[in-house]
Write a protein that binds this ligand. Sequence first.
Ligand code: GDP
Ligand code: MG
Length: 450
Amino acid sequence: MFENLTNKLENIFSKLGSVPSLTEEQVDSGLKEIRLALLEADVALPVVKELIKNIKPKTIGREIIKSTSADQMIIKIVNDELVKILGSKNEELKLNTVPPASILLVGLQGSGKTTSAAKLAKILEKNKKKKVMLVSLDVYRPAAQEQLRLVAESNGIQFLPIVESQQPIDITKRALNAANLNGSDVIIFDTAGRTQIDLPMMSEIKQIKDLTNPSETILVADSLTGQIAVNVAKEFDKSVNISSIILTRLDGDARGGAALSMKHVTGKPIKFIGVGEKITDLELFYPDRLASRILGKGDVVSLVEKAQRDLSEEKIKKTEEELKKGIFTMEAYLSQIRQMKKMGGMEGVMSMLPGVSKMKAKMSEANIDEKILVENEAIILSMTPKERQNPKIISGSRKKRISKGSGVDVSKINKLLKQFKMMSEMMRKMSKGQGIPSGVIPDEMLNQLK
Ligand code: GDP
Ligand code: MG
């Protein structure tokens, strides 16, 4: 599956090599090659454009996380964008209705409807403990009904008996009756396909939809046909409004384009993929798993995820170390404010600092307004890195700029700076083992915070 695309991407990534960071030129030429590889894999042009557009800004000038390399970072970025375009998460079948729920399988001839109907029945019986009845409405192709009867019977799935020369609408009515009588939870209708989209097929599907009010109208599409499958999906959706997609033959050496384009182009989720001819060869569709199959780089993706987690832990640790040494920066203050917001207030943060239980009590007495935390965060975010490192340089004109950026009054910026000064003074004293200066500073600080 996707072998060609996987190999091409592999080459591109290895050319990027294990460098510490990438220049814009390197990124550009890498993206150009990725773009080509995707187009050759038959991914629809708008989808390719969207992917490249989203990947680019995330790569240039990006700091490489320690213990990973540029190519690994890019693999992770491409992976995340692929997952997004594939639909992010697995979407379950919608069957929450008064039973029996109807599922209509629609699609062109040979796309895999009959096979998928049986596979789906098996999954619903096994995983969801549903009682399923299979119904064939394909009265046009000789032996089509017989085909479904055979798979149903050999797999112990209930099948609506064939009545010679009965037409689809009447079969549907008979099926609804039978399901009510025998207590089926789900009826799966295998509709008749055509070699190409035509009006009689669509109008027949519409009539059956009206009769059954289906919970799902699933388009079964053959991934081997690439862009054609995507266009077919669009057409079906326009005429009969599909709710989801089963993409078949992903076991073959499909170029993969259909899988990548389907969700983006039709807006409808792929819910299952067919990966073989056997009854068990239908899988729930998981975008992240498919992305990692395409990239062939699941290990790298988890490696980078781990590095990202380590990094944020490292940042917290560094701040803690600095605090112990009495170094208090705006960065540290910012991360405190964020933690305060997360932990629901001042108390949580103060409890992290050594020897401040006395002050903690006062803090909670003071009942500090959460709004101030939000404003203070906005103020610090509007500072440049230099200003955060050394707040002393924040002059009148800088204050005006910060005020504009944060939407917070200059008077409040002054307040924050004063408060910051006091806190850093306190940290410095505490680190020298002098403890909290008794009385005066905490009270003043509280007034500042109010
Ligand atoms: P229908 O005309 O839409 O009902 O298509 P069928 O269900 O009869 O399938 C046509 C052919 O495709 C059959 O030979 C199936 O065994 C085969 N087929 C269906 N789904 C898959 C799949 O996911 N992988 C492979 N390899 N073959 C499939
Ligand atoms: Mg069929």
